[in-house]
Design a binder for this molecule. Sequence first.
Ligand SMILES: [Zn+2]
Length: 142
Amino acid sequence: MSRVPACPLCDTDGGQVLWRDSFCRVVWVEDACYPGFCRVILDAHVKEMTDLASSDRMRLMETVFTVEAAVREVARPDKINLASLGNVVPHVHWHVIPRWRDDRHFPDAVWAVPRREGAIANPMAHADIRSRLRDRLAALLD
Ligand SMILES: [Zn+2]
């Protein structure tokens, strides 16, 4: 599949890889406020979902939904946000964002101006969430 130099998602993994195949990868987004935040990144430089063949769209979304299920199970958030923007990096990727009622931005998007300071009251360490998520994704996606 095509790659474009100077695109951060072609040049780098774009985060710590939790799972990958030849089609896409799931990366951990290191963010103290959102433990479990992942991105599903297509392994080709494609700008829009509608640039993909229908079967590839379905394949990518199945992966996104599987990641959503794994994040819900492991991080136990109050809500999941799915987002595909690509304004800054026009390379198809989906954000899977666990949200808590006491997180910095709730109920706004995580890219909005924060409403409060401090981390959520989540008893589970980030490293535990990351490790469990990696195991869960392997079980669900391999
Ligand atoms: Zn790219």
